[in-house]
Design a protein. Structure first.
Length: 202
């Protein structure tokens, strides 16, 4: 199960890896809170159930999340993947799927949580940037990190050129994390990301 809000390039990477067998799993559904999200088209083209649940149709975040939980639960997913889902989830949603809720963030967490990471990295003169896959917890972009991918920040990088290279890394590391979960190798235990029964220390 994948939740999106936009283009869905990480969704496409996961679909491709499922299709070619490098992830031994299937995407049972894609849900977007934005009806025009191209990721819904990607899902339809792949023969995957695609749904729009527009957050603007709900009085508040709690009401939206309640309906989202019901929609997700209807597909009985083993894993819920956030792939450019631009909504802060309520604690009740996170608690419902804790340990089987993943997100990807375009920075080397815990550095640069939040938005505009590429611009901030360049403004700070950082030499290294990248992306992180993590378990989702109540705190934004603060869950236990599973895997990171790194890129060098080049002298003449713009936010756009840097974003392009970081996205290439995302398309490698997110499918890797999903495959680990599908294999039963990845778990969240007592707030610690574990791979093959050993803590993932970064």
């Amino acid at each position: 199960m994948v939740l999106i809000s936009g283009n869905g390039s990480n969704l496409q990477a996961i679909i491709d890896h499922c299709t070619n067998g490098s992830i031994r799993a299937e995407v049972v559904a894609v849900i977007s809170n934005v009806g025009s999200a191209f990721g819904l088209t990607r899902a339809q083209q792949a023969g995957i159930n695609a749904h729009c649940l527009d957050h603007r149709d709900f009085a508040n975040r709690s009401a939206f999340d309640g309906e989202l939980v019901a929609l997700v639960d209807g597909f009985h997913p083993d894993l819920v993947i956030l792939a450019g889902f631009m909504r802060i989830l309520s604690p009740s949603f996170v608690d419902r799927f804790v340990g089987r809720l993943l997100n990807i963030h375009p920075s080397l967490l815990p550095c640069y949580p939040g938005l505009d990471t590429h611009q901030r990295v360049i403004a700070d003169g950082a030499k290294e940037h990248g992306a992180s896959v993590h378990f989702v917890t109540h705190d934004l972009d603060s869950g236990p990190v599973i895997i990171r991918g790194r890129v060098s920040v080049l002298k003449h990088d713009s936010p756009q050129t840097l974003a392009t290279r970081v996205q290439e890394v995302e398309h490698r590391i997110y499918p890797q994390a999903v495959e680990w979960f599908a294999q039963g190798r990845l778990a969240l235990e007592d707030g610690v990301a574990m791979l093959d029964g050993k803590p993932l220390i970064h």
